[in-house]
Write a protein that binds this ligand. Structure first.
Ligand SMILES: Nc1nc2c(c(=O)[nH]1)N[C@H]1C(S)=C(S)[C@@H](COP(=O)(O)OP(=O)(O)OC[C@H]3O[C@@H](n4cnc5c(=O)[nH]c(N)nc54)[C@H](O)[C@@H]3O)O[C@H]1N2
Ligand SMILES: Nc1nc2c(c(=O)[nH]1)N[C@H]1C(S)=C(S)[C@@H](COP(=O)(O)OP(=O)(O)OC[C@H]3O[C@@H](n4cnc5c(=O)[nH]c(N)nc54)[C@H](O)[C@@H]3O)O[C@H]1N2
Ligand code: SF4
Ligand SMILES: [Mo]
Length: 692
């Protein structure tokens, strides 16, 4: 008998690619990208998914802490005992402090509806996600320019004529469909420009590679705007009808000439001018990527803002081959999924992190988890005593883990729901082990795009250990807490609830795992776009930010140069790992067991460091030993390392304590942010490097 094909969704990173698993006798024989959606392609991490299921070094059953937090003394308990324990604690804390005492954080992604429903159903406004250390600056930049969130625009990579990647490494920080579409575009003659502080795989494929001084991107972008406006290279028709505030912008960028930017960025003025002319030729089919992991500098919000402004000046916002509007079910004349969270009233209390009220410019959706930790510590605006960490490892994802542990001291309950060990799970009171993605179903998700769709994750194989799916865990808690509207007994009941108005049936997913809501890509005509600003146009000056004291046209401040012998910390992703959670995966660990620190050849020479030498990296009391990669392909002010290494977790034999943990090299990092964009500023740290 041929193996059974199960259409499901990858869970090795947040992108959630659609996959096909070939299964026989409850074993997964082969994993590939969904042939109808991704031409069968998967990245290395997606290919290593089955190794995660087979890994014995992951939490296998529920655990309740016996010793001190982080001591590693656990009691194995049944699921009933674990869920009773968590529910009883939550009930008692709610009775004492009100439902807003519950804080939740997760990792965003396409399935948050059930999470949000749980938090709302409990009565708390404190749903947060990870995004303060990822894309909040991009989100708020998009909002400040267009009134719309970043995901309300698509990147039409396939049809682009020029793609600009600034702080965006598309071939290593992977989203498989973006990789496919970019490769297709390059094959059809699309130009690629990469602006990065180091030579990456993406840079190696670029027509223009600009190695920029770390932190000087705002200078570069201001000079680009200067050239576009001074030389009249912008889309005048679009600007006249759709942009407000162009005169102020013109006056503001006048001093920021390419010659001025050369001194700041290290990129010759003539190259900047030539590049801008290329963009104008390709316009409006240009994508200036506004970035993804943009939680880097005090001014990153303005870097992302200028990226959106450049897209607007090139007329690429709303254009084919640029940033067309993302279409949702309703745009295709269809009904969306019925929201689980929509069943509940908005909780009465204000958010503990201040998003939407104290910080009026910040999206209250996922809020700011770092500010919520301040509320735990101070009980201002009220006591926050219970914290559910669901697919989030803040001790790896946020800077200065020791400072975070201190902030958490007042928590009476800290629960981690995870499929792998993490620094946070190890420090928790209760670990609820989630089944890895091949072993669980998830709720149905809606994905906006040029062709909006619904997709579903189906179980490919049965759970290996005593682990559960997220719906089983959350519905189990909901039953115990009296949240009756979430007390579902089966995933089919949830799917049917979600699909009830859509005209789609769960059987419709059998054929290929997703249901497209439109047969053809939908491009909304540019002239019909009404931006969600008060004027309906793109606004160069945003009154909400101005009122909060954040200038829309912030004057440039030169980033500090590192003191002698020190370097600006720079981090990024690598193709074969996801954040901090795949380092112990047997297959991926084999590919890359440790990170190294990249140093520029000339600087390394002055420090007596050669390629492959063991060096000590340190900052303010934390130090680690790590090998050096000495290369010309990095800016001399930067010390670069891949994020996610330097684990200190007893159950993980393969990850060991290999490499360095960049987040530990950021003491005081919770206090360094870019509040205008709601993000932390993780690269505002200088580290020492010396031969070990
Ligand atoms: N210093 C520094 N900090 C960073 C970064 C950096 O480069 N340097 N990168 C930043 C970026 S871009 C991001 S997005 C964040 C990421 O930070 P996190 O969101 O914390 O990272 P992940 O590793 O994706 O997932 C966290 C935990 O959830 C578990 N997990 C994974 N998938 C699932 C799932 O489907 N369900 C559940 N319940 N658990 C799951 C993992 O095993 C892991 O323990 O970190 C940010 N922080
Ligand atoms: N393989 C893999 N793919 C992933 C993930 C993963 O963990 N692994 N995670 C996913 C997630 S959560 C995210 S957010 C995205 C992130 O996607 P990206 O934002 O593209 O990822 P990064 O690798 O963090 O950073 C991109 C580039 O920014 C450069 N850079 C650093 N500082 C500067 C600077 O000052 N100026 C400029 N111009 N460049 C700079 C880095 O050298 C790096 O090459 O990737 C997603 N895809
Ligand atoms: S990018 Fe790779 S790891 Fe992430 S979901 Fe897609 S296949 Fe899985
Ligand atoms: Mo991210």
């Amino acid at each position: 008998m041929a193996p059974k094909k199960v259409y499901s969704v990858c869970g090795m990173c947040t992108v959630r690619c659609l996959i096909q698993a070939d299964v026989e006798n409850d074993e997964c024989l082969f994993l590939q990208g969904n042939p109808k959606n991704l031409k069968g392609a998967l990245c290395a991490r997606g290919g290593a998914g089955y190794a995660l299921s087979q890994d014995t070094e992951r939490p296998q059953y529920p655990l309740i802490r016996e010793g001190e937090r982080g001591e590693g003394k656990w009691r194995r308990v049944s699921w009933d005992e674990a869920l009773d324990y968590v529910a009883d604690k939550l009930k008692a804390l709610k009775a004492e402090h009100g439902p807003e005492t519950l804080l939740w954080s997760d990792r965003g992604g396409p399935f948050p509806d059930l999470h949000q429903a749980f938090v709302k159903g409990f009565g708390s406004p404190n749903y947060c996600n990870h995004d303060v250390s990822c894309a909040r600056n991009v989100q708020h930049a998009a909002k400040s320019v267009t009134g719309m969130g970043r995901k309300e625009f698509s990147y039409d990579l396939k049809n682009a004529k020029h793609i600009v990647l600034q702080t965006r490494n598309i071939f290593e920080a992977i989203n498989v469909s973006e990789v496919n579409n970019t490769l297709d575009a390059l094959e059809s003659g699309c130009k690629l420009t990469v602006i990065d502080v180091r030579g990456t795989i993406t840079a190696s494929k670029a027509d223009n590679f600009f190695m920029i001084r770390p932190g000087a991107d705002y200078a570069f972008n201001l000079a680009v705007i200067n050239v576009l406006l001074e030389r009249g290279l912008y889309d005048k028709e679009f600007a006249a009808t759709q942009i407000n505030g162009l005169d102020q912008l013109k006056a503001f960028v006048r001093p920021y000439t390419p010659e001025w930017a050369e001194a700041e960025t290290g990129i010759p003025a003539s190259r900047i001018v030539h590049f801008v002319k290329e963009l104008a030729e390709a316009a409006p089919s240009v994508i200036w990527h506004p970035g993804w992991m943009a939680a880097r500098y005090k001014d990153s919000f303005w870097v992302c803002r200028t990226a959106y402004i450049i897209n607007a000046l090139l007329g690429s916002i709303g254009s084919k081959g640029g940033l067309p509007l993302t279409m949702k079910a309703a745009d295709a004349g269809r009904k969306g999924l019925k929201s689980l969270a929509g069943q509940f009233e908005k909780p009465a209390a204000k958010r503990a992190d201040g998003a939407g009220w104290k910080y009026k410019h910040i999206d209250p959706g996922p809020g700011m988890i770092d500010k919520a930790y301040n509320a735990i510590e101070s009980s201002d605006p009220y006591p926050v005593r219970a914290y559910l960490c669901f697919r989030h490892d803040p001790l790896m994802a946020l800077p200065d883990p020791e400072a975070i542990k201190k902030k958490w001291e007042k928590l009476d309950l800290l629960v981690s729901v995870t499929f792998s060990w993490s620094e946070t799970a190890w420090h928790s009171d209760v670990v609820l082990p989630l089944s890895p993605y091949l072993e669980r179903e998830s709720i149905i998700a809606h994905k906006g795009g040029l062709k909006p769709m619904f997709f579903v994750r189906k179980r490919a194989i049965s759970p290996r250990y005593e682990t559960k799916a997220e719906w089983e865990i959350l519905c189990g808690l909901a039953k115990r807490l009296g949240i009756d509207k979430l007390a579902f007994d089966s995933i089919e009941d949830i799917w049917n609830y979600q699909l009830q108005d859509t005209g789609v049936k769960i059987e419709d997913f059998d054929e290929c795992g997703f249901v497209e809501l439109s047969a053809k890509p939908i491009y909304k005509p540019r002239s019909e776009i009404k931006f969600k600003t008060p004027s309906g146009k793109i606004e160069i000056i945003n009154p909400v930010w101005e009122e909060m004291g954040f200038s829309s046209l912030k004057p440039y401040e030169s980033p500090e140069r590192p003191p002698e012998g020190r370097f600006r910390i720079v981090f990024a992703r690598v193709g074969v790992h996801t954040q901090g959670h795949t380092v112990n995966n047997p297959l991926l660990n084999e590919q890359m067991p440790e990170n190294t620190v990249w140093l520029n050849t000339k600087v390394a020479k002055t420090l007596g460091i050669a390629d492959g030498d063991l060096v000590e990296v340190s900052n303010n009391g934390y130090s680690a030993k790590i090998k050096a990669t000495v290369t010309d392909l990095i800016h001399p002010e930067a010390a670069f390392m891949v994020h996610g290494f330097g684990h200190k977790l007893r159950p993980e034999s393969r990850a060991g304590e290999r490499g360095a943990a960049d987040q530990r090299l950021m003491p005081g990092g919770l206090d360094k942010d870019c509040l205008a964009g709601g993000s932390l500023a993780l690269q505002e740290h200088f580290i020492s490097v010396k031969k070990a």
